[in-house]
Write a protein that binds this ligand. Structure first.
Ligand SMILES: Cc1cc2nc3c(=O)[nH]c(=O)nc-3n(C[C@H](O)[C@H](O)[C@H](O)COP(=O)(O)OP(=O)(O)OC[C@H]3O[C@@H](n4cnc5c(N)ncnc54)[C@H](O)[C@@H]3O)c2cc1C
Length: 380
């Protein structure tokens, strides 16, 4: 057992940390205020090949893998959970094509996605199907050489900025009644719908997507008709949940750093509040949550790199890191006293950003169901 990162991973962390500090940090206030998508940051991340981290080299990616991706998300999330969320969904959007695409689909889509020339996402959720994706109502009907998609997706990250997306729709009944398609924004009948105004993650676009007789070429079916649940849930379970854990790690880091700084600088009764045991307990709790989240998240990412089954490990990492991010952000706000509630201090942002990490890629209750399923069969 080796708990050390490789020299290459250490180098990656250093370079992402520098990038995040130099290119993302100065833009956070503007994103907070305007909720505008930071295209300049996306372009820079694309140049650095951040989008293609899971894409095989033969299709233009770096194939650095899941552990490297976790490092990247932790470092970006430390500065901006919104940008880390955007990055995580770009990766998630590419995963179904990497894992289930045929050679022609990979050749057509992956090189541009690897370079960040096209942005991607996955669209499963609908008003009638969130935690239970089998509740979705969107349909896909084969007519000649095209599937005709009709329906409406909600809460989709990059709803208005993605050019290439995996969309799940109904092609029949029962668990095999779903199929997944690669849909381009330019396909006739596809259009983004309402943009959501969110409590946090400002600068990361979320909204609806509408398909009105949207014609998708038959060759854009991913895997086989009836494999839609498998294709979509494989990506969400392993790449989506890992990604949310990575963003959570970033938020916890930010909470710890802000809390230590404030506790050392805030003088009350002639001494810094960091000398009060009550404050130290909160700081030690945040520190412990960071380390526990890291162990779960990096182990699960390493398992995926080893091609081991890791769905319940990802669920555990996602549950722990995102719940911990909320706990830690509350403690960070508490350590700041009244200042913590003021927009001038970043901890209020960490609190708002942390909360939304719980619903994305499956709520904590859904992660518990996944973990319980594993526990009930493994510990008989
Ligand atoms: C910021 C953001 C970005 C997102 N991005 C995407 C995206 O890019 N693509 C995409 O497809 N989706 C996306 N989603 C949707 C997300 O996956 C769903 O919000 C999530 O799956 C929960 O679904 P829901 O919101 O419909 O809640 P519901 O399913 O209505 O759940 C409501 C409550 O009921 C609980 N619940 C539901 N079922 C059970 C059960 N069986 N047992 C116990 N409790 C249960 C839930 O845990 C929750 O507390 C995003 C969501 C957010 C907030």
């Amino acid at each position: 057992m080796d708990f050390q990162f490789s020299a290459q991973h250490d180098l990656l962390r250093k370079s992402v940390r520098e990038f995040a500090g130099g290119a993302i940090a100065p833009r956070v206030a503007h994103m907070e205020e305007t909720d505008e998508v930071p295209w300049d940051i996306y372009k820079e991340m694309a140049k650095q090949m951040y989008m293609g981290i899971l894409i095989p080299k033969e299709f233009g990616g770096t194939a650095f893998g899941n552990l490297a991706r976790m490092i990247m998300l932790e470092e970006v999330g430390r500065v901006s959970a919104a940008v880390a969320m955007a990055l995580q969904i770009f990766h998630l959007g590419t995963a179904p094509i990497i894992d289930f695409g045929n050679e022609a689909q990979k050749k057509k889509y992956l090189p541009a996605l690897a370079k960040g020339e096209s942005l991607s996402t996955i669209a499963v959720t609908e008003a009638t199907g969130g935690s239970d994706p089998t509740g979705i109502q969107s349909t896909a009907k084969l007519q000649g050489d095209s599937y005709i998609l009709n329906g409406r997706k909600c809460f989709i990250t990059h709803s208005h900025v993605a050019e290439v997306m995996t969309i799940m729709a109904k092609t029949g009944e029962g668990p095999k009644g779903f199929s997944a398609f690669i849909v381009e924004k330019s396909f006739p009948g596809f259009k983004p719908g309402r943009k959501e105004k969110k409590f946090g993650l400002h600068g990361c676009n979320t909204g609806e997507m509408a398909m009105e007789n949207c014609a998708v070429p038959r060759e854009n079916l991913l895997a086989n008709e009836g494999d839609g649940l498998k294709v979509s849930m494989a990506g969400i379970s392993e790449v989506g949940r890992a990604g949310m854990a990575g963003v959570g790690l970033g938020v916890i880091n930010a909470c710890l750093e802000a809390s230590v700084k404030f506790a050392n600088e805030r003088i009350l009764g002639g001494k810094p509040i960091s000398q009060h045991q009550g404050i130290q307990w909160m700081i030690s709790d945040i520190y412990m949550d960071l380390e526990a989240s890291r162990l779960l998240a990096y182990r699960a990412a390493w398992m995926r790199d080893q091609k081991m089954r890791c769905d319940s490990d990802m669920a555990m990492a996602k549950f722990y890191a995102t719940e911990a991010a909320v706990r830690c952000a509350k403690k960070a706000v508490d350590i700041h006293g009244g200042y913590g509630y003021m927009m001038e201090y970043p901890v209020q942002r960490y609190y708002r950003d942390a909360e939304i990490l719980i619903a994305s890629a499956g709520t904590s209750e859904i992660q518990r169901i996944v973990m319980a399923r594993k526990a009930l069969t493994s510990f008989k």
